[in-house]
Ligand binder design. Sequence first.
Ligand SMILES: C[S@@+](CC[C@H](N)C(=O)[O-])C[C@H]1O[C@@H](n2cnc3c(N)ncnc32)[C@H](O)[C@@H]1O
Length: 258
Amino acid sequence: MTEDDLIAEQNYAAHLRSEQPVPQRGNPAFVPITPPAFGLRKTKVICSHKVTYYEDPRAGDRDSLIAWQVWPCCDALMTYAEHIEPELLRGKSVLELGSGVGLLGVAACLLGARSVLLTDIPKALPLLRYNVFEENAVHVTGKNVRVEALEWGSDKACIKHILPDKVDIIVCTDVVYDACAFLPLVKTLIDVTDYFAENHDSVPLVLVAYEKREMYPAQMFFEEMLKYFDRKVLFQGWGSMRSDLNMDTVDDTDVFRF
Ligand SMILES: C[S@@+](CC[C@H](N)C(=O)[O-])C[C@H]1O[C@@H](n2cnc3c(N)ncnc32)[C@H](O)[C@@H]1O
C-alpha cells in the first residue's frame, strides 16, 4: 500500500467512525471520500447503464452489520421498477429510508426520478455518499440528489428539516426485519406522509419491498401500517418471471404499496 493509499484508507475509516455528517459536494468543506481500500467493488447493469458500488463490512452500525451490502429486496424493487412498471419513478420526487449502500437511489436517477433523497443512520453515510457521488457521479451529477441522516422515530421537527418541497414516493427496501425497529419506522412513515398532507396537500405513496423471514417483526409492521394506510400488493412471488429477469436472489421478496 502506498502512503497515499494509507492516508486514503485512514480518511475513509475516520469517516466510517464519525457520527458527524460528512460535508456534501458543493459545500466548501467538501472533501471527496477516498475509495474504501478493503471493500469489494461490484457492478450491476441498470437500465442498460453500468453501475458500480462498494460493499464494505465496516460501514454502518458494526453491531448489526446490515448497511454494508445490497440486499435482495433492493434488487427486487429495482427489477420491479425497471421491468414491470418503468414509469413508476419517472418525474417523481423520491425519498428512501434505510438506503444502505445507495444502489436504489442511483437506479431511481436512471429510471427518471426528478429528485432523490437517500437517508440512513449517520454511520452508514460515508459509504452511501461515496457510492452515490463518487462511484456514480456520471449517473447522478446534475440530478437533484442528496444524502442525509434520518433515524427512524426521530422527532418530526428534525425530519422536516431535511425534507424537500415535494415527495411523491417513499421507498423502503429490506427494512422490516427487526422487532425493535418497526414502530419507529412506522412513526417516521406517518410523520412524513402527514407533513406532506398538511403542508403540501399531497400524500406520498409508500413502497415497501419485503423479504419473507421471521414472521414476528413483519406481522407487527404490517398490522401497524394497516392502522394508518391501505395496502396494495404490487408483486408477490416472481414465479416464471424469475428466470426471464435473472432474479435468483429475489425469490422470497414481495413489493407492497401503501
Ligand atoms: C437490511 S439493510 C437494507 C439496505 C438497503 N435498503 C437494501 O435493500 O439494500 C437495512 C438498512 O436500514 C438502516 N437502518 C436500520 N435501522 C435504522 C434506523 N433506526 N434509522 C434509519 N436507518 C436504519 C440500516 O443502516 C440499513 O442500511
